[in-house]
Design a binder for this molecule. Sequence first.
Ligand code: 2AL
Length: 253
Amino acid sequence: MKIKVINPNTTASMTATIAAAARAVAAPGTEIVPVTSRSGAVSIEGHYDEAMSIVGLVDALNEDPVADAYVIACFGDPGLLAAREIAEGPVLGIAEAAMHAASFVATGFSVVTTLERTRIIAEHLVRNYGMEHHCRRVRATDIPVLELERPESNSRKLILEECERAITEDGSGAIVLGCAGMADLNAWLEDKLGVPVIDGVTAAVKFAEALVSLGLRTSKRGDLAYPLHKPYKGALAAYAPPDRNPAPKRKLG
Ligand code: 2AL
């Protein structure tokens, strides 16, 4: 099967980290197709960055090859439900995947993410996903996303220290890594911490494989039906949804 793993930020080196993590866990028959967004921010660290990333995400979803499943490799899960509207195969966000995986292996987890403002966004996701009973705390390290890319930065040490505080102060039994740029850290951290450390990229790839193996596709009933066909104006005119939904049954009498 083919799983398209989309980095919605425009930094190709981060996509390489994401692709390596995805390929390391993929089953022998799974082809990982990594894609870097062609438009938008170099790193996604706020609501505006997220909103602006969605056009690039839609381009990446629509361009060939068509895949059996899709992973949105950014911890804010930007555009997740919009992506589900246009895709037929399952679409997984890495935050959603990581939180669900953590809830299977511990009764309480902490998320360790990048900036304070992304910490707040991750808290919104915890509530959106109904994870309040499982997530003990979301912690920021104040590391900008692109600092994770610089080997000379002390980001690894800061992340390790925050994870240690999560275990001792929050009483958490597992750690969720709150950025796709941390996808190369989970084995190293797990070794140091002795608790499960979940990176959403790898969790999402394995859940995607499971869903495809089960023959599950995104529901096209209700709000995840294809977007309604209508004109779009201005810079987004080319993104007007084509007519893909079956004609509605007319209620007579
Ligand atoms: C992210 C991420 O995963 N990629 C990116 O550019 N920003 N999210 C985050 N919380 O730092």
